[in-house]
Design a protein around this ligand. Structure first.
Ligand code: DOR
Ligand code: ZN
Ligand code: ZN
Length: 433
């Protein structure tokens, strides 16, 4: 099989550890097919799917049903999350047995309205999960703070888009991160802080790391590149939990990535329909927007601007996610001679993101019309093209596999030609570390 990689850089396929593919239950927003096609066009070769579907992934039965769906529809590899909360503590063994990438703990309320565990239940959950070695990913926001804020804002008659931000000030997240870190320290549980949205969260995160807590963190392009002025520009579309904040957070978040306090980039890909995103109600639950397809172009644009190197980007998009979830070096590297996950990107290509061109079922995002530099041209999953020359390759639906299955597969035989290898070995993230 021939293909043209002239002028392209070969990066490890990105691993997006935080997507909502909505399947089953909300397939009018997205399903495993549209979500994974969108990922493939974004140079993303592995996704971890969140459990706030219908049913919620909270026992072996619901998990196995989602595995059947994902395996029949996925174009890229995936891991599935299960919820950990009051009602699932005794389900931990069966969930681990049925194949999960990790647990998701909804400390704060968001789409899907999964009840948040009390601190007491969290402590028990962390005690039970710790010996399994599975990581607990946290939606770190504290309900008791934001519920009071929302009530006061409602009483004051606020109906403007910025009220959503006002109801969830950074302390909502800071308090939750600090509390979760204490529980992790106490129990030895491994935890991951999802969607870090403020500079203020970096202090409890860095302090916990310094104490030896096994804690990692991610931020998303919207927290790095959007700010409070975007609420006026695109109204409800930018509404996401936790909220996009004041521009003063950008520099601390970039620095957190560069100094390693924040380990990785994820997207919180959260598709909704245009009707859902443009409801007049500022407290509508349809928060978030698609992101899995635009992450790589957005982040590579900063490489083009000289903010950081392509090696930095690869560390945040592929190497660290693979290491943190135990997939390294099967994923997250370019291994000469092995069948791996590649994104072939044109680092110099300037183009415009357009919502209507997204492969997600959701075609409404705050990125519409944004100029970016960096285009994924071909995407390869375990040695097989899924996207080639910006076209979806036929018969790749159902090729994606759960990473818990992949880990049991034999090491694949080298299949590349010498010519491909020359290009492959030209870029080694290891060498840059
Ligand atoms: O804005 C959000 N949307 N935040 C979340 O935590 C959940 C997500 C969703 O599922 O829509
Ligand atoms: Zn969340
Ligand atoms: Zn999320």
């Amino acid at each position: 099989e021939t293909f043209d990689a002239t002028g392209l850089h070969i990066l490890p396929g990105a691993i997006d550890v935080h997507v909502h593919f909505r399947d089953p239950g909300y397939t009018h927003k997205e399903d495993f097919e549209s979500g994974t096609v969108s990922a493939a066009f974004g140079g993303v070769t592995t996704v971890f799917d969140m459990p706030n579907t219908i049913p919620t992934i909270a026992d072996a039965e619901s998990l196995k049903a989602k595995h059947v769906i994902a395996q029949s529809k996925a174009h890229v590899d995936y891991g599935l999350y299960a919820v950990i909360g009051d009602d699932t503590i005794d389900k931990v063994p069966e969930l681990v047995e049925a194949g999960i990438i990790g647990f998701k703990c909804y400390m704060g309320n968001t789409f899907g309205r999964i009840p948040s565990p009390s601190t007491g239940a969290m402590l028990e959950a962390f005690e039970v999960v710790a010996p399994t070695g599975k990581r607990i990913s946290l939606h770190a926001e504290t309900n008791s703070i934001m519920e009071r804020r929302q009530q006061r804002l409602t009483d004051a008659g606020r109906t403007d888009p910025l009220a959503h931000l006002a109801s969830r000030p950074a302390v909502v997240a800071v308090e939750a991160v600090a509390r979760a870190a204490i529980l992790a320290e106490w129990t030895g549980a491994r935890i991951h802080v999802l969607h870090i949205s403020s500079g203020a969260e970096l202090r409890p995160l860095a302090e916990a790391k310094a104490r030896g807590v096994d804690i990692t963190g991610e931020t998303c392009p919207h927290y790095l590149m959007l700010d409070e002025t975007d609420y006026l520009r695109c109204k409800g579309v930018v509404r996401v939990n936790p909220p996009v904040r004041e521009a003063t957070n950008h520099e601390p978040l970039w620095n957190g990535l560069l100094d390693g306090t924040i380990d990785m980039i994820a997207t919180d890909h959260a598709p909704h329909t245009p009707e859902e995103k443009t409801r007049a109600d500022i407290w509508a639950v349809d928060c978030g927007f698609p992101g899995v397809e635009s992450q790589m172009p957005l982040m590579l644009t900063e490489v083009a601007k000289g903010r950081y190197s392509v090696s930095d980007y690869v560390r945040w998009s592929a190497v660290n996610p693979a290491k943190v979830w135990g997939l390294y070096p099967r994923k997250g590297v370019i291994q000469a001679g092995s069948d791996a996950d590649f994104a072939f990107v044109d680092l110099g290509k300037t183009w415009t993101l357009k919502d209507e061109e997204l492969h997600s079922r959701s075609k409404i995002s705050p990125w519409d019309g944004r100029e970016v530099t960096g285009l994924p041209v071909h995407t390869m999953v375990r040695g097989r093209f899924v996207v080639k020359d910006r076209e979806l390759v036929a018969d790749t639906k159902g090729f994606g596999r759960s990473v818990h299955v992949i880990q049991e597969m034999p090491t694949p035989e080298p299949k590349h030609t010498d010519e491909t290898l020359a290009a492959v070995v030209a870029y080694r993230p290891e060498a840059a570390e």
